[in-house]
Design a protein around this ligand. Structure first.
Ligand code: KE4
Length: 435
């Protein structure tokens, strides 16, 4: 194979130039490839299940922009909707019909949502939902799970997953200790720890915030009865249950994890897929809570670009395409084949691998035991993951550049893509285990 440097020469040069102007050369830390031992690739374009880097290399893409691209990149119907909207202007700062149309689709899809507020990022959705929960309950403390990531708002950068996990900081510098102490962190999949938090903080917990399927420590599914236990504990203690479905919403089912597991949240945060690749997110719940939001109520929340007409056009097109029959059956079929193939390839290479999968999100952990929480993830062989990642990238398969992220399968992936991915894995497992 040509020298790695040559094959990524333009990305290397682009990264050097970017680092002179952007902190770390990127606008979001995980993109800097800090979780692996090679420099970031700069992406020039994407279509379907493919991304193309500035060196002209083509990859089968399992990052999918970290979740939004469930239809594949540049779906023609989404692009057409964007073109049609953009010709009418890009932002009005006034209510539009498309916002109501999108809200209708979200409310129809998720039984626990009667009203919804559109925002511009997942961080903003979760931050606002927690403020609303604090106002609704008159309490300040929140409970979150170690390894779950809810965006970069101060209260959540405590034992977070995703890029924060990569940096190994329990809470980011700049987060006031006075605020961090209002976030109680317990292990994921440990309902007893949540019960203890309620006992230790009587009448002070506003909300339990959880990714119903954790996907920012790698994918970790909820243990049997875990989500129902959180629901019961919140009801018994007068707290709200907030599901952060920024990844799982419209991903693991059209109605998200709530539909899949049959447990309803009081507030639900959405993002990624519902924006169709544009900056759009949302949070919603029953009207009795949501109507506390300004201007109906007094809880202030606002945004210049909230419900942006281009983003809502992409969102409506995306959800209408996802509502078609058999989309989730197809995603399940592709993802199950990928899981089986990866497991078989690892076994043949003698590589210990635990795969966690829920629908079309999955993670392979280099270990020989179950992975049920963040502590388990931290005992896996990250060095082996890094070698595997590099091997897959060189063989044209673009995985998330971190052991704390997920693989995302889209409707644009084909059976042939899955087979090519498995073949690349057969070879990459060999180089990962025998460097
Ligand atoms: P954004 O602010 O990045 O739109 O959403 C924050 C967020 C909230 N909740 C969950 C469950 C999330 O996964 C995220 C963002 N996910 C990360 C990666 N897993 C986005 C990638 C990045 O940070 O660049």
């Amino acid at each position: 194979m040509k020298d790695t440097h040559d094959r990524h020469a333009r990305s290397q040069a682009a990264y050097a130039a970017a680092c002179r102007l952007l902190p770390g050369g990127v606008n979001s830390p995980v993109r800097a490839f800090g979780g692996v031992d090679i420099g970031p690739v700069f992406i020039a374009s994407a279509r379907g299940a493919r991304v193309f880097d500035v060196d002209g290399r083509e990859y089968i893409d399992y990052v999918g922009s970290w979740g939004p691209m469930i239809l594949g990149h540049a779906h023609p119907d989404v692009i057409a909707a964007i073109h049609k909207a953009v010709d009418r202007g890009t932002s009005f700062g006034a209510p539009t019909l498309a916002e109501t149309a999108l809200a209708e689709r979200i409310v129809d899809a998720m039984a626990s949502i009667e009203k919804v507020r559109l925002v511009s990022s997942g961080t903003e959705a979760v931050m606002s939902a927690v403020r609303l929960a604090r106002a609704f309950t008159g309490r300040d403390t929140i409970v979150k799970m170690a390894g779950c990531y809810h965006g970069h708002s101060d209260s959540f950068l405590v034992a977070a997953g995703s890029g924060v996990a990569e940096h190994g900081t329990a809470s980011s510098p700049g987060v006031p200790q006075a605020l961090a102490k209002l976030t109680v962190v317990v292990p994921y999949n440990d309902a007893a720890a949540v019960a203890a938090a309620f006992e230790n903080h009587p009448d002070r917990i506003a909300a339990v915030l959880v990714e119903p399927v954790a996907a920012n420590m790698g994918v970790v599914s909820p243990a049997e009865g875990y989500l129902a236990a959180l629901r019961r504990l919140c009801d018994e203690n007068g707290a709200l249950l907030i599901f952060d479905e920024v990844i799982t919403g419209f991903r693991v089912a059209f109605g998200g994890a709530q539909e899949l597991y049959g447990v309803h949240a009081d507030l639900t945060c959405l993002g990624k897929i519902i924006g169709g690749g544009l900056p759009l997110a949302a949070f919603g719940g029953r009207a009795g809570i949501m109507d506390r939001l300004a201007p109906a109520g007094k809880v202030y929340q606002a945004g210049t670009l909230s419900g942006n007409p281009i983003a809502t056009a992409a969102a409506v097109a995306t959800l209408d395409l996802l509502a078609r029959p058999r989309c989730y059956e197809r995603l399940e079929s592709l993802s199950a084949a990928l899981e089986t193939g990866l497991a078989d390839a690892a076994a043949r290479a003698g590589v210990p691998l635990t795969i966690n999968r829920v629908g079309s999100i999955l993670s392979g952990f280099f270990c020989d035991r179950p992975v049920r929480n963040f502590a388990d993830v931290q005992t896996t062989d990250i060095a082996c993951f890094k070698r595997f990642f590099a091997g897959m990238l060189e063989r044209g398969v673009y995985l998330a550049p971190s052991a704390y992220e997920a693989m995302f399968v889209s409707l644009a992936h084909t059976d042939s893509d899955i087979e090519r991915t498995i073949q690349a894995a057969r070879e990459s497992f060999q180089t990962a285990i025998h460097p």
